[in-house]
Ligand binder design. Structure first.
Ligand SMILES: C[S@@+](CC[C@H](N)C(=O)[O-])C[C@H]1O[C@@H](n2cnc3c(N)ncnc32)[C@H](O)[C@@H]1O
Length: 343
């Protein structure tokens, strides 16, 4: 199998557990922290507990109120012809391409990424497909699927595409679907456009590390309709998905009763984001490594968020970034936009 990409620091089980406990502790010390999104996709893997992140995520995708998955598939399917023309023009015919997917899941790779790959694959020689995600399950399932469907060399990386060092050595077409750009914050106090710009420029710098040419396909959700957002993000499987962290904490030795929290999604208009907030239903004590945290009934712990960057703001960020905007694609009745950027 060819060597496609190199990540120096990958997720190691013990490090990951330590980081989870540190972040969980930070959330109890500072309720605004919110840096638990990375841990929400864990599954129970045969253990007798309620940690079911990926299963709950999968269930969400078919919920009628969760417009996000549905509208994005529709946007990709309606823009595919134009996008594929742009991609084929951007690279030259003799280019050998590697597909790099950031945060691919089986469902999204099948319904969003594969249709794009299928419509351009005849124009290029293909080197391989790489998926980088923090979830083991997402990486494994996607890789198996792509191998079977495309008969391409694949590489799965369980890692963090924001913090890990990534080098693109080939001409690459990078995909970031699922509006993940709106979730790339470790700490809600750092929830600023500077972060978004830094992420875009980081991917740009990495795409240039091997003097390669890269295209970047990503989608952004600018929905600001509170009713639509709160309905979509309060579907039970998604609030359970956030509540997952309390069960994960229990699995990792924290003395906690997860059922004493109730998680819901709330629109924060100052930050243009939907935040998952867990409200304590009773006074209680949570113990981590002998340290006891007193939590009062009604305390609100911020778990995670999904940012909805208004269109003009995102265009301004793009202008400041090092990427060239090759084209963008929109459809009626949706505030999602698909972008094709080039380096
Ligand atoms: C909102 S989901 C989107 C999933 C899928 N791409 C889709 O279109 O439905 C975000 C995905 O990205 C992964 N993810 C988010 N931030 C990440 C990061 N910094 N490093 C690695 N994976 C990340 C999550 O594990 C999850 O699979």
């Amino acid at each position: 199998m060819p060597y496609l990409i190199n990540i120096k620091k990958i997720k190691k089980a013990d490090l990951w557990e330590r980081r989870f406990l540190q972040n969980f502790q930070k959330s109890l010390k500072n309720y605004e922290f919110g840096g638990l999104g990375e841990f929400l996709y864990e599954d129970n893997e045969g253990k007798a507990d309620k940690v079911q992140g990926s299963n709950l995520w999968k269930k969400t995708l078919t919920d009628k109120s969760y417009y996000v998955f549905r509208e994005e598939i529709d946007l990709i399917s309606k823009s595919k012809k134009e996008l594929c023309k742009d991609i084929s023009r951007f690279f030259s015919k003799k280019d050998v391409l590697t597909f790099v997917e950031l945060g691919g899941t089986l469902e999204s790779t099948e319904q969003k990424t594969l249709p794009v790959i299928n419509c351009i694959k005849k124009d290029f020689s293909l080197h391989g497909y790489v998926n980088i995600d923090y979830s083991n399950q997402h990486v494994e399932k996607t890789i198996k699927f792509v191998e079977a469907k495309l008969n391409l060399p694949t590489k799965g990386i369980v890692g963090n595409f924001v913090n890990d060092k990534i080098e693109f050595r080939d001409n690459s077409l990078i995909f970031l679907f699922g509006l993940t750009l709106g979730n790339l914050y470790e700490d809600s106090s750092k929830l600023s456009y500077k972060n978004t710009l830094a992420f875009l420029n980081k991917i740009y710098a990495m795409s240039k590390s091997g003097k390669s040419k890269c295209g970047f396909v990503l989608s952004v959700d600018s929905t600001q309709d509170i009713k639509k957002l709160e309905k979509a993000y309060n579907v039970k499987s998604l609030t359970d998905h956030s509540q997952n962290v309390f069960y994960l904490a229990k699995r990792n030795g924290v003395r906690i009763n997860p059922s004493l929290f109730k998680t819901r999604a709330k629109w924060n208009k100052n930050l243009n984001c939907v935040q998952y907030i867990a409200e304590a239903q009773e006074d209680q004590k949570v113990t981590i490594n002998k340290k006891v945290y007193e939590i009062k009934k009604g305390d609100n712990i911020h778990i995670d968020e999904s940012r909805k960057i208004p269109k003009l703001d995102f265009l301004n960020i793009l202008k400041k970034s090092k990427w060239d905007v090759i084209n963008h694609y929109e459809v009626e009745d949706s505030d999602l936009t698909l972008y094709f950027l080039g380096s």
